[in-house]
Design a protein around this ligand. Structure first.
Ligand code: IFG
Length: 507
């Protein structure tokens, strides 16, 4: 007898229904509303009306705003099946997106009532931020790649929004494991939804070198070869064209790329490729393990500084963003006096090529205008320089959620969602006044990662916690966990392999 699919489906559905009923009423899932947005807006005033998106809806966006309106329309067309044309001149269209010189920076204003949706901002990145908010106001079905039945209702009200911190970053470690440009682009798609505006790419380390440098070609032909990386599974590198393509892709989503070449430590791959970069001229063995702190450039040799300057010069030339990260962490094999003299000669090279340097917190030993990235929660930091906050026990996304988490490490302890959310970047460090806190960043180191699913599992939802405390002024765990729970179905429909933390009331 042929069992129809329907009967099988009905049979399979039954236990699910029973299970759900027996699970009892959890917290009422947050209905999508104007105050369910992630990150939390500075001001959200719910309205009494709502706006209905229909097949006749037209989006008006003049001049430079048009590409942003087109991004919104492209995001909405698959699930609605609506044409959603973007018109240049203001007609009687119901959705209007435009610049308003009375606003500045990343701020935007979003007004929704029965008759229209109006998004204004002082800059294109402000409009982009507003579009990310607007995309969260339609129900989760809007994330489907196939036509859903609707209705497509946008809850009414007014949002006046702007970020607390200027720098809200994510970091991917391409050195321990090379993630392909497509994987990086998918990560950019995801992080930009939460108004993350910088992506730091860790492009060199002991196990591999991942960015083409013309003046030192063996860095990638050897350091980026197949078989490099942790367990020999992380081979690959970005050509200059790959890198430029990523920079452009990120820029269209108002994410600025921050490239990192880590020096004077974490240089084994460069020294395998160029043994003259060691003090004794002998090539070290290639490394596929995850130990740190054993390698160092030779501060006493002039070739070291030619190497550093060539790399900084080429990296600056291909990086439109304002920042170059030059690492500086865990130089345990560099005598301290050598570390100081190295940084005193090399940090100024970043300024010579008209970029601002960022370095891990150890660079604070040398007084410069570089931005210090705080990471080692076990080491105190006092500085009068700007600081990006990445405490390993809060913001390191490669920390396991708990000791059963597949992948990830736990040298800084295990980190659940609430740990990533419940801290204030502005006041965490007594040695750093709040006005010096430039922002936050969530690094994802790839010693234990091999593919995008593993990136997504460790990054989401904790990256959203970091995005929320980087953008929003008020911190409210009960509100955050409800908003995050309501976001789960969106990730499910997008196929994002997120961790369904037991701390969150998932819808
Ligand atoms: N510390 C190292 C990283 C990486 C990390 C893994 C920094 C600045 C431990 N340095 O974090 O290279 O190995 O969690």
């Amino acid at each position: 007898m042929r069992v129809t699919h329907l009967a099988v489906a009905a049979f399979l559905a039954l236990p699910l229904a029973v299970t759900t009923a027996s699970a009892g009423p959890g917290p009422a899932p947050l209905p999508f509303s104007i105050s369910s947005v992630l990150p939390a807006p500075a001001e959200a005033i719910p309205g009494s009306e709502s706006f209905g998106l229909t097949r006749d809806t037209v989006i008006t966006a003049g001049g430079p705003a048009a590409p942003i309106a087109e991004q919104l329309a492209a995001a909405w067309r698959p699930a609605t099946g609506f044409a959603l044309p973007v018109a240049a001149d203001p007609q009687n269209s119901a959705i209007r997106i435009g610049l308003d010189a009375r606003m500045s920076g990343e701020a935007y204003r979003l007004g929704v009532d029965r008759d229209q949706v109006e998004l204004t901002a002082g800059s294109l990145k402000g409009l982009f931020n507003g579009v990310q908010t607007l995309r969260q106001l339609l129900p989760p079905e809007i994330e489907s790649a196939t036509i859903q039945k609707g209705p497509w209702t946008i809850p009414g009200g007014v949002i006046n929004d702007k970020p607390r911190f200027a720098y809200r970053g994510a970091m991917l470690d391409l050195a321990r494991h090379f993630h392909t440009p497509d994987e990086v682009k998918r990560y950019i798609d995801q992080i930009s939804r939460f108004k993350i505006n910088f992506l730091h790419l860790h492009l060199s380390d002991d196990q591999g070198w991942r960015i083409q440098i013309d003046s030192w070609p063996r860095l990638t032909t050897v350091g980026g070869a197949k078989g490099t990386g942790v367990r020999g599974l992380g081979g690959g590198f970005l050509t200059k064209n790959d890198y430029r393509d990523l920079v452009d892709y990120a820029a269209q989503r108002y994410v600025t790329i921050v490239p990192e070449i880590d020096m004077p430590g974490h240089v084994n791959a460069a020294q395998v490729a160029y043994p003259e970069l060691t003090c004794d001229g002998v090539a070290p063995r290639p490394r596929i393990d995850i130990r740190v702190g054993y390698s160092s450039l030779c501060a006493g040799k002039e070739i070291t500084y030619r190497f550093a300057e060539d790399v900084i010069r080429e990296l600056a030339a291909m990086t439109p963003g304002p920042f170059l990260h030059i690492g500086g962490d865990e130089a345990h094999s560099t005598p301290h006096a050598d570390y100081l003299s190295f940084q005193q000669r090399v940090l100024p090279l970043v300024g010579k090529y008209r970029k601002t340097a960022i370095g891990w917190q150890e660079i604070a030993a040398v007084r410069t205008d570089a931005i210090v990235q705080y990471w080692n929660h076990q080491a105190p930091l006092e500085t009068t320089q700007r600081v990006i906050m990445s405490p390993a026990d809060r913001a390191y996304l490669d920390m396991q959620y708990d000791l059963l988490t597949p992948g990830g490490l736990h040298w800084a302890g295990t980190t659940e969602v609430r740990d990533s959310y419940s801290w204030d970047p502005g006041t965490l460090l007594s040695g750093v006044p709040e006005e010096l806190v430039f922002g936050v960043e969530a690094p994802l180191w790839s010693e234990t990662l091999t593919d995008l699913a593993e990136i997504e599992f460790l990054a989401f939802p904790r990256l959203v916690a970091i995005a929320d405390i980087g953008w929003s002024r008020k911190s409210d765990w009960d509100s955050f966990k409800m908003r995050l729970g309501a976001y789960g179905p969106r990730w499910t429909r997008q196929g994002v392999h997120f961790y369904s933390s037991p701390q969150i009331p998932w819808s």
